[in-house]
Every structure is written in structure tokens, then in C-alpha cells.
Design a protein around this ligand. Structure first.
Ligand code: 3HC
Ligand code: NAI
Length: 706
């Protein structure tokens, strides 16, 4: 049967005595108000028409239904509400079959669970991912799912938000029948006719018996509560999900639905919901950089990498994982052997953990080639340079690339801070030069800053975005400046943290406050993990050009001078006895800090967690505003995505700029002006922040303007 091509949002068609209801709301058949109205009207019509003996609900296009229309959240509700539509489907006196292909997520799965029978194509993606948006299933999912498959499996779906395929859904009991072919409409019709022929009754999920074993289900609730306390600290909606399922254990269905509604509305109103939904849309918006519109990317079938150190090896793994061949170049045979060994080590560890077979590792490594001569890069479509952070060295490498690479090859640099315009200007083909700033470890970290120099051609930028997609990275477009988006802003709030440390807060207190805010680690833990020597080298390099008037905290230098570079040397800000991965406070570091305060003539004062976070965030937001104003980031949301994916910013807060809107820009500006009384050079309010406050606008207003 051909797919229903009607342009109606919810199309109806009678096939014999089966009423086919097709949702047609591209791109993903989200349950916007028109869809809800259309389904409700279709069920009414089916009930009223004696010619109708059974109903099929299905989706047109690539999916069944991806869930509630996320864009409606936070706006005034428009009836009918989704739980009422589901209730109406379930109450229908004629059998309703959900014929599902593609995504049946959130409210989409809830529609399917309200139907009386479920048929799934082999490509289905089932899930209740509301938790990832700060929500909980709000259209009966917390009540029908456990009744169908028990509390344990239901909680797993709702608390993880993971997608499951047809096989697992069938095994769990969410699906009655697996579709035979690719034509879901025809499969649905055949199934409905079969059900009618056997006079299958209306069968309601609200009456299912999955919760009959009281003890086992109660134990599942306790286990989920314990696990959530460990893994979802500070999150609001997971606890509400558990609460709703617990009600399903004891209370009648209608009571459960009332509780679900109450809790769902609480989640809807929480700032976490706003932050997580902002993150959902922002990570899709960053893909739409101007250069990618109507631009054909260049083909990439072979990638060269220059430098097999920490970054080069990590990038090689990321590229190999995407199925592409890699040729790595390093200075000499020994350095190249180390590079190759780095790559092999990553895969060997995966084999040891059982996450990869030895055969798959061999196949992957067969795509890896190494050389010490640049001529080996003659066939590469793209070369990524990851040699030492030194302009002279980079220019020599790019001269070699200019000499050997084929015309049209994309020449990328992974530099963290250097001027990519200057690198581009040093060769004969500046239009082919782009920045690809990966984060360490490059095979794990999701963020990829795509740094766009002045002379680069649009198709090179589009190719970089295409590579990000192949590598499953989250790309953010950045302009050229010292540190691009992320490291430039990092430098600002790290200084604020150093100032607070010298003024009286211990690094351990600052780290704790930052963790309590939702970060996995504080800035001093990060420094110990990354290696204090990296920042020390940068500080030394920049010493000559530093503003002599600016405040400079020397504590980090005192620690590095002792060779304490963090975890790799067994001590940094923290002590790591016996190679421990979690550090303990070091009294000697505290003594160094005390001595530095004396040297700087500072009388230490105490800080509350709130005072720490206000300064930390104000520095981050202020520099974020500068970065947007100078067009280094296209919009505030690009800053947000950078921090969510590259710097561990807590996702439920949406990113630093979204957080600023939540706090109120006027409040942030007032803080900055207050702090400026003590250090006016450091705390210079960003002109963009001042403008926005004067106009009564927020950062979100700039997200819409691109
Ligand atoms: N509402 C509104 N828009 C949505 C949407 C939704 N539920 N899901 C996706 N979209 C939009 C995206 O923003 C994107 O828009 P754009 O083209 O303007 O950027 C477009 O649809 C395509 O989305 P993707 O780029 O993500 O397409 P993919 O094919 O890669 O993925 C998907 C498809 C797997 C369905 C993915 O979009 C997805 O996971 N969507 C969210 C699903 C979800 O979270 N559902 C639960 C919603 S909450 C709910 O249902 C509450 C209920 O319990 C009451
Ligand atoms: P590294 O010191 O671990 O590795 C550098 C590699 O380049 C070494 O294998 C070295 O032998 C090789 N090399 C040096 N000169 C060369 C030349 N002329 N030709 C060929 N190979 C040469 O350095 P790392 O940490 O991998 O950094 C590389 C680049 O990535 C730098 O520009 C750095 O700023 C950037 N970067 C580093 C991050 C990190 O966390 N380490 C994060 C993001 C970017």
C-alpha cells in the first residue's frame, strides 16, 4: 500500500471496514495542537460511523510520532490536552491498532500505548526521552508503561530516556506484532483485518496486569531511587518519574493519571525544563552555519594527520571510527611509532573491555598508515595538523602541505590559540585553510570548534561541518581570536577563580561550589587532570605581552615550579597518593597560597558558595557577551553549545548565556559593577551586556536574529 500523501495534518481514509488515521505533520509528526485536534476528531468519527469496525493510527514520512511538540512548552496550553486524546483513544469501543514505523518517542509512544494493539516495523525507535528535556511522560506513560511491562523495565526506559528497537520492545511486551515488510500501512491493515476476523476484543493498557507482583515492583522503585540519587544528582524530573510510578503500584489508574498530570506540570514549570529544551534546540541550530546553506561540501575519503601526539592520535581514532582511512605523519620514525602506539592503545583498551573484537581492531588498524615524509599526503582530501603549539613550526608544516597536497585538499589546523589567518596567509592557498579545534581526548569529546578564517571559502567550512557529522561531533562555528570561543572565555573565568583563591577561598572550596552548581569537576581539578604544565607554558609565552597593570596571581606558577603538574606527577592542587584518580587536599598547597597572600599584601576573606558562583559565572557570561559582540560566536546559543559539549557545563542550566537569561541580565550587570569597585580593570562590563540591559532584552533575543 502506498503511503498516504494527503496534505491534511491528520488524514482519514476508510479501507473496507478499517479506518486509517494518518498523521502528516513534517518533519517528525510532533503532536502539535492541530494533530491533537485531528486525532480527537478522527476517533469521534470512527465511533460514530457504523461502517468502521477498527481503527489504525499511523504516521506518514519517516516516523510514527516523535512526541509532543516541544515548541509548545512554556506557551499557553491549547486544548485538547494530550492525556485527554490518549484517554479518548483508549476508551474507543472499536479496536484501535497503532501501526508504528520510525520514531515513536515520548507522547508518540504514549499514543501507541493508549491504542489497543501495537504493530512495529523493524526500523522502530521506541522511547520515553522526556527526562532528557527535564520532563516526565505526561500523557499516561508513567501509568500505562508499568502496567504493561512492570515497574523495573518502565523505570529504566523513563529514567534513561534511551531508545529501544523492535526486538527489545517486542520482548518487553510493548509490541504485539512485528511487521513483515517495509509498508507499514499494508501491514497495519492486514493485522487489523486479522484482529477483526478473530473478533479480538478492545484491550486497554490501563487494565494490564504488569504490576501484579507488588514486592518485585516495590523493589524496583527502591532500586531506582537509590540509583537516581547517585547518578542524577540535582535533577528534578527523575524523582518525579519515580513518584508517579509508585502511585501506579497502589492507586487506581485515574488517580495515577491525576498525579502524573500534577507532577508533569511541576516539571514543565521548572527552570531545568527550560534549560534542557534550550540545549535541545541549540545543538540543532549550531548545524545551520551560514556557509553550510546551499553549499556543496568537498568529498572526504582520505584524511591525513600531521603530529601523532595527544591530539593527533585522538583525532586519528575519531577519523578511523568514522570508517575513513588515515595517514599520519610525524617528525621521525620514533615519534611516528609513538603516534601509532597511542592509536593502538585506545583500541587495545576497548578489546580488553570487550567493547571491540580483536578482528574489528585489526580491520580498523588496516586503514591506518604512517609516514615520515609529506609526500604520503598527496592523495589526502583533508589534512589536519596537530603539531606543537608554535607558529614557526606550524608555518613549516603548512609550507610542506602547500607543496605536496592535491589542489582542493582542505588544510586544517588544530591550534588552540594561534592566529589561523596568519597561518593561511603564509601559503599559496589561503582559501583552503580552516581551524578544526578538537578537545582532549579527541576521540571522546563531542565538541568541535570550526574556526573560520577571513579568506576561507564557504565549501571548505561546509566540508568541516560534514566531517563533524561523520565523526559524530557537535560543531560550533567560531571566529579567529586568541582562544576562539571556548578557551577565550575559559581564560576569563579561570582568572576570576584565581583571584578568589588569592582573596581567601581555597581551591577545594571553589571546586566544591562549582560541582554543587552541577559541573562534574571544578576548575582546579580540571587543571590537575589536563596537566598544570600546559597552562604554565602558555603563561610564560604570554608574559611579555601581559598588561603590567592587570592583576596576576602567581600561585599556579609556585606550584608548577615544584614540578607539581597534577595527576600525572602525583600532585598538583591536590595530592594523588598511590596514583589515585581522585585527589585529596594538600596542606602544602594551602601553605603556598597563604604565603602568596602575604606576598601580595592580601588579608584573606571568606566566601560563600553563592559568592563564588556569582563571580565565576559573571566572568564567564561577560566574556561570552564580548565573544558574541565581536562575532567570534554567531549567537549566544553557540557559546552555550560550546560550554555544554566542551567544558562540562551542566546541561540542565542550558549553557552560560541561557543561565544569564534565567538569572536576569540586569542582575549579572549589577554584580559586575559591584565587583569592578575592587578591580575595575578585570571587571569591565561587556558593551553588549550593557546594551541589552538598557533595552530590556535578553540573550535569547539574539538567538532568533540569525
Ligand atoms: N517537537 C518539535 N520539533 C521537533 C521535535 C518535537 N518533539 N522533535 C524533533 N523536532 C524538530 C527538530 O527541532 C528539527 O527541527 P529543525 O529541522 O528546524 O532543526 C527537526 O524536527 C528534525 O529533527 P532532528 O534533526 O533531530 O531529526 P533526526 O531525524 O536526526 O531525529 C528524532 C529525529 C529522533 C525524532 C529526534 O528529533 C528526537 O529525538 N526528537 C525529540 C523526541 C522527544 O524528545 N520526544 C519527547 C517530547 S516530550 C513529550 O512527548 C511529552 C509527553 O510525554 C507529554
Ligand atoms: P603533543 O606534544 O602531544 O604532540 C605533538 C606532536 O607533533 C608530536 O608527536 C611531535 O613529534 C609532532 N611534531 C612536532 N613537530 C612536527 C613536525 N614539524 N612535523 C611533524 N610532526 C611534528 O601536542 P598535543 O597536545 O597533541 O597538541 C598538538 C596541537 O593541538 C597543538 O597545537 C595544541 O595547541 C592543540 N591542542 C591541544 C589540546 C590538548 O588538550 N593537548 C587540545 C586542543 C588542541
Amino acid at each position: 500500500m502506498s503511503q498516504n500523501l494527503s496534505t491534511e495534518v491528520v488524514a482519514r481514509e476508510l479501507h473496507g471496514n478499517v479506518f486509517l488515521v494518518t498523521i502528516n505533520n513534517p518533519p517528525v509528526n510532533a503532536l502539535g495542537v492541530d494533530v491533537r485536534r485531528g486525532i480527537a476528531a478522527a476517533i469521534d468519527a470512527a465511533e460514530a460511523d457504523v461502517a468502521v469496525h477498527a481503527v489504525i493510527i499511523m504516521g506518514s514520512g519517516r516516523n510514527f510520532i516523535a512526541g509532543a511538540d516541544i515548541r509548545e512548552f512554556g506557551k499557553p496550553p491549547m486544548p485538547p490536552a494530550l492525556p485527554d486524546v490518549c484517554q479518548q483513544i483508549e476508551a474507543c469501543r472499536k479496536p484501535v491498532v497503532a501501526a508504528i514505523h520510525g520514531a515513536a518517542l515520548g507522547g508518540g509512544l504514549e499514543i501507541a500505548l493508549a491504542a489497543h494493539y501495537r504493530l512495529a516495523a523493524t526500523d522502530v525507535k521506541f522511547g520515553l526521552p522526556e527526562v532528557l528535556l527535564g520532563l516526565m511522560p505526561g500523557a499516561g506513560g508513567t501509568q500505562r508503561t508499568p502496567r504493561l511491562i512492570g515497574a523495573k523495565a518502565a523505570l529504566d526506559l523513563m529514567l534513561s530516556g534511551r531508545h529501544i528497537g523492535a526486538g527489545e520492545a517486542h520482548k518487553l511486551g510493548l509490541v504485539d506484532r512485528l511487521g513483515a515488510g517495509t509498508d507499514i500501512g499494508a501491514d497495519g491493515l492486514a493485522y487489523a483485518e486479522e484482529l477483526l476476523a478473530m473478533q479480538a476484543p478492545v484491550r486497554r493498557s490501563c487494565d494490564a496486569a504488569g504490576l501484579s507482583d507488588r514486592t518485585a515492583n516495590q523493589a524496583a522503585i527502591e532500586a531506582a531511587r537509590e540509583q537516581t540519587a547517585k547518578t542524577s544528582r540535582g535533577l528534578f524530573s527523575p524523582l518525579k518519574i519515580i513518584e508517579a510510578v509508585e502511585v501506579a503500584l497502589d492507586q487506581p489508574f485515574d488517580e495515577g493519571m491525576r498525579t502524573e498530570r500534577k507532577l508533569f506540570l511541576q516539571c514543565l514549570e521548572s527552570p531545568q525544563r527550560a534549560g534542557l529544551i534550550h540545549a535541545f534546540f541549540a545543538e540543532r541550530e549550531v548545524l545551520k552555519a551560514p556557509e553550510t546553506r546551499n553549499t556543496q561540501p568537498r568529498a572526504i575519503t582520505h584524511v591525513g594527520i600531521v603530529g601523532g601526539g595527544t591530539m593527533g592520535a585522538g583525532i586519528a581514532v575519531a577519523v578511523l571510527d568514522a570508517g575513513l582511512p588515515v595517514t599520519m605523519i610525524d617528525r621521525d620514525a620514533a615519534a611516528l611509532a609513538r603516534g601509532r602506539a597511542h592509536v593502538e592503545k585506545v583500541y587495545s583498551a576497548m578489546v580488553a573491555k570487550g567493547r571491540m573484537t580483536a578482528a574489528a581492531m585489526a580491520t580498523t588498524m588496516a586503514r591506518f598508515a604512517g609516514s615520515t615524509t609529506y609526500d604520503a599526503l598527496a592523495a589526502a582530501d583533508m589534512v589536519i595538523e596537530a603539531v606543537f603549539e608554535d607558529m614557526a613550526v606550524k608555518k613549516v608544516v603548512f609550507a610542506e602541505l602547500d607543496r605536496v597536497c592535491k589542489p582542493g585538499a582542505v588544510l586544517a589546523t588544530n591550534t588552540s590559540y594561534l592566529d589561523i589567518d596568519a597561518i593561511a596567509a603564509s601559503i599559496s592557498r589561503p582559501a583552503d585553510v580552516v581551524g578544526l579545534h578538537f578537545f582532549s581526548p579527541a576521540n571522546i569529546m563531542k565538541l568541535l570548534e570550526i574556526v573560520v578564517p577571513a579568506k576561507v571559502s564557504a565549501d571548505v567550512v561546509a566540508t568541516a561541518f560534514e566531517l563533524a557529522k561523520k565523526l559524530r561531533k557537535v560543531p560550533v562555528r567560531a571566529g579567529v581570536c586568541d582562544g576562539f570561543i571556548g578557551n577565550r572565555i575559559l581564560a576569563a573565568y579561570r582568572q576570576a577563580a584565581d583571584h578568589m583563591m588569592e582573596d581567601g577561598a581555597s581551591p577545594y572550596h571553589i571546586d566544591r561550589a562549582v560541582r554543587n552548581f552541577g559541573y562534574p569537576m571544578g576548575p582546579f581539578q580540571v587543571s590537575d587532570l589536563a596537566g598544570g604544565d600546559i597552562g604554565w607554558a602558555t603563561r610564560k609565552r604570554k608574559a611579555a605581552t601581559r598588561n603590567p597593570e592587570a592583576r596576576y596571581v602567581q600561585i599556579a606558577d609556585r606550584i608548577c615550579e615544584r614540578g607539581w603538574f597534577g595527576q600525572k606527577t602525583g600532585r598538583g592542587y591536590y595530592l594523588y597518593p598511590g596514583g589515585a584518580r581522585t585527589g585529596v587536599p594538600d596542606p602544602e598547597v594551602e601553605a603556598i597560597i597563604d604565603a602568596e597572600r602575604v606576598r601580595a599584601g592580601i588579608t584573606p576573606r571568606s566566601f560563600t558558595d553563592d559568592e563564588i558562583m556569582r563571580r565565576y559565572m559573571a566572568a564567564m557570561i561577560n566574556e561570552g557577551a564580548n565573544v558574541v559582540q565581536q562575532r567570534i560566536a554567531l549567537r549566544p546559543l553557540d557559546v552555550d553549545v560550546t560550554f555544554l559539549y566542551g567544558y562540562g557545563f551542566p546541561r540542565h542550566r542550558g549553557g552560560p548565556m541561557k543561565y544569564a537569561d534565567t538569572v536576569g541580565l540586569a542582575n549579572v550587570l549589577a554584580d559586575i559593577r559591584e565587583f569592578a569597585k575592587q578591580d575595575p580593570l578585570f571587571w569591565q562590563a561587556s558593551p553588549l551586556l550593557v546594551d541589552l540591559v538598557e533595552q530590556g532584552k535578553d540573550f535569547a533575543s539574539l538567538n532568533q536574529s540569525e
